[in-house]
Design a protein. Structure first.
Length: 87
């Protein structure tokens, strides 16, 4: 429960850039769980791809999602302990 409160607080402070202006990152990994509340506003379903369609694009080993979060936010320690906006 507390983890969701931290995420919700962070989401209220995020300033997402328009898609045309936002930087792009390519991760070659186990997929990404786009339903993660901190990642969902940063990527469209069409942004997820796979070499083999039968593999699917969802992260089933809990690795690619963590890397995507790190690429998007860096270390969340400072962001979660601050009340400042995140851009």
């Amino acid at each position: 429960g507390e983890q969701r409160q931290w995420a919700d607080d962070l989401l209220r402070r995020i300033r997402v850039q328009p898609a045309d202006d936002a930087p792009r990152v390519c991760l070659l990994d186990s997929g990404v769980t786009r339903a993660n509340p901190l990642l969902e506003p940063l990527m469209d379903a069409g942004d997820l791809h796979t070499v083999e369609p039968v593999w699917g694009v969802d992260d089933e080993v809990d690795h690619g999602t963590g890397l995507a979060g790190l690429a998007a936010y860096g270390d969340l320690t400072d962001a979660l302990s601050s009340a400042n906006g995140i851009s």
